[in-house]
Design a protein around this ligand. Structure first.
Ligand code: PMP
Length: 439
C-alpha cells in the first residue's frame, strides 16, 4: 500500500488501475491496455489527451513566466485576456471573474462574494443558500455543505450549520414523481415546495439558489420541461439570485455553449466554471458574477483597505494560458458544434438501450448521458449490483464509464469524439451490460 490517501475511494480498496499515458480519447494502463475514456477523466478532458498545441502553449508560458500572483495590483496578460474572454462569452451582464484552482474553491468563493455583496449593501441577513437534494457542488467545507450526496456528508459533520444551507427537491421526474403524476404536475408540485420553503424561511434571509443546469455526479438528471422557467419566476419574485454551477455543463458539454442555454436558464447572476475550462491540462476555476453585484464590493473593500480573499494561484499564468488556448481550440475546431451533432447521435444510440429489461431510464443532452439500471421496471427497484458489475465489465472491455447515483452508468466523452468512436463506445457499453446481466 502506498502513502497516498485517495479521494472518493473506498480506503480499504485502493490502487486498482494505474494509468500511464493518453492519446486522443484513449488512455493506456501500465500493461499497455487501451481504454476509451468515456468520462473524459472526471468530466473534464474536453480536448482529450496529448493535444500538442496545448502542451506547446503550456510549455512556452512556463518558459516565459512560470508564475505571477495577482494580489495588490500585480497582474499579467494571460489573466486579463482570459477574464475578458470569459466575460464576453457568458450570459451574465457586465460579468466579472475571480479565478481559483478547482470547482470546489470556486463555489466557496461565490459564497464569500455573496456575503461581501449583501454586507456591502446593508442586507447582512440575506445569506442563506438554497441547494437541491442530490446536488454535487464540491467537497471543501463550504461547497461540501452545498453538496447533498450522502457519502460527501457522512462522517464529516457536514453540512456546516453556520452556512445556512437549505435543501429543496431534486427535479428527477422518473424517481421523484408520484404514481400517475404528469411532468407538469410534478414541476408544479416541487416548485410550489420551493416557494413554500422561501416563504417559511423569509425571502429576506435567502441570498441565492444554486443548481447544476443538468447534474453530473448525481446521475445526469435532465429536469422536465418548464422546471427552470418556474424556478426563475419564483426567484425573481422573491429577489433571490440564480447561481448556475457549470463545472460539468460548461463549454459545449450539453450541446450548447453553456448548460444554461440547453435548459433555458436566462441570465444567471453567478456562474461557476472549472474542468473543461482548461481541458484539465492545468487546474483552474472561475467564479463569475454580474457587474452590479461587484460594484458595491469596491466601496466595501475601500473600508478595509483590501478585498481579503485570494489564492496564491488565483489567475496562475500557466493555467490562464492553458484555458485561453483551450477555448480558442474549442471554437476554432468547431467542437461546440461537434458536441451538438455527435452528442445528438450519442443520445439516439443510447436510446437503443431503453428497451432492455434492466434499463429504467436513458437520459442526457449533448455529450453527457446516463443509463439507469433497475431490477424491476415496474417498481423501478435500483439495481446497484448490476451497475457495479457493468462498470467493471466496461473496464475489462476497454471502456471507462462512471457508476453514479448507485445504479446508473454515466458517459461524458471528450468533445473531440467522432461518430465512429461513439459507435465503439456504445457497442462496448452494450457488450459489457450484456455480460453483467449473465455473469
Ligand atoms: N461542481 C460540480 C457540478 C462538479 O461536478 C464538481 C466536480 N465534479 C465540482 C463542483 C467540484 O469541482 P472540483 O472537484 O474541481 O473541486
Amino acid at each position: 500500500m502506498s502513502a497516498v490517501i485517495y479521494p472518493t475511494t473506498n480506503l480499504s480498496a485502493t490502487e486498482q488501475l494505474l494509468f500511464e499515458r493518453g492519446e486522443g480519447i484513449y488512455v493506456y494502463d501500465q500493461s499497455g491496455k487501451q481504454y476509451l475514456e468515456g468520462l473524459a477523466g472526471l468530466w473534464c478532458t474536453g480536448l482529450g489527451y496529448g493535444n500538442r498545441e496545448l502542451i506547446d502553449t503550456i510549455s512556452s508560458q512556463l518558459a516565459t513566466l512560470s508564475f505571477s500572483h495577482t494580489f495588490g495590483g500585480k497582474s499579467h496578460q494571460p489573466v486579463i485576456d482570459l477574464a475578458d474572454k470569459l466575460a464576453g462569452m457568458v450570459p451574465v451582464d457586465k460579468a466579472m471573474v475571480f479565478f481559483g484552482n478547482s470547482g470546489s474553491d470556486a463555489n466557496d468563493t461565490h459564497i464569500k462574494l455573496l456575503r461581501y455583496y449583501f454586507n456591502a449593501i446593508g442586507k447582512p441577513e440575506k445569506r442563506k443558500i438554497i441547494t437541491r437534494e442530490r446536488a454535487y457542488h464540491g467537497v471543501t467545507v463550504a461547497a461540501g455543505s452545498l453538496t447533498s450526496l450522502p457519502a460527501n456528508l457522512a462522517h464529516f459533520d457536514a453540512p456546516l450549520d453556520a452556512l445556512g444551507i437549505l435543501r429543496t427537491d431534486h427535479p428527477h421526474y422518473y424517481r421523484g414523481a408520484k404514481p400517475g403524476e404528469s411532468e407538469a404536475d410534478f414541476v408544479a408540485r416541487i416548485t410550489a415546495n420551493l416557494e413554500q420553503l422561501i416563504l417559511s424561511e423569509g425571502p429576506d434571509t435567502i441570498a441565492a439558489f444554486i443548481a447544476e443546469p443538468i447534474t453530473g455526479a448525481s446521475g445526469v438528471i435532465v429536469p422536465p420541461a418548464g422546471y427552470y422557467e418556474a424556478v426563475q419566476a419564483i426567484l425573481e419574485k422573491h429577489d433571490i439570485l440564480f447561481w448556475a454551477d457549470e463545472v460539468i455543463t460548461g463549454f459545449g458539454r450539453t450541446g450548447k455553449l453553456f448548460g444554461c442555454e440547453t435548459v433555458n436558464i436566462q441570465k444567471p447572476a453567478m456562474m461557476t466554471f472549472a474542468k473543461q475550462l482548461s481541458s484539465a491540462y492545468y487546474p483552474i476555476s472561475a467564479s463569475v458574477i454580474r457587474g452590479d453585484l461587484y460594484e458595491p464590493m469596491i466601496s466595501a473593500s475601500n473600508e478595509v483597505g483590501v478585498f481579503g480573499h485570494g489564492f496564491t494561484y488565483s489567475g496562475h499564468p500557466v493555467a490562464c494560458a492553458a484555458a485561453l488556448k483551450t477555448l480558442e481550440i474549442y471554437e476554432r475546431d468547431g467542437l461546440y458544434a461537434n458536441a451538438a451533432s455527435v452528442g445528438e447521435y450519442l443520445q439516439s444510440r443510447l436510446q437503443e438501450f431503453a428497451d432492455m429489461e434492466s434499463v429504467g431510464e436513458v437520459r442526457g443532452a449533448g455529450l453527457l448521458a446516463a443509463v439507469e439500471l433497475v431490477s424491476n421496471r415496474d417498481d423501478r427497484t435500483p439495481d446497484v449490483d448490476l451497475a457495479k458489475r457493468a462498470t467493471l465489465a466496461c473496464q475489462e472491455n476497454g471502456l471507462i464509464v462512471r457508476n453514479v447515483a448507485g445504479n446508473a452508468l454515466a458517459v461524458c466523452p471528450p468533445l473531440i469524439i467522432t461518430r465512429e468512436q461513439v459507435d465503439e463506445m456504445v457497442d462496448k457499453l452494450r457488450r459489457s451490460l450484456e455480460q453483467a446481466l449473465s455473469p
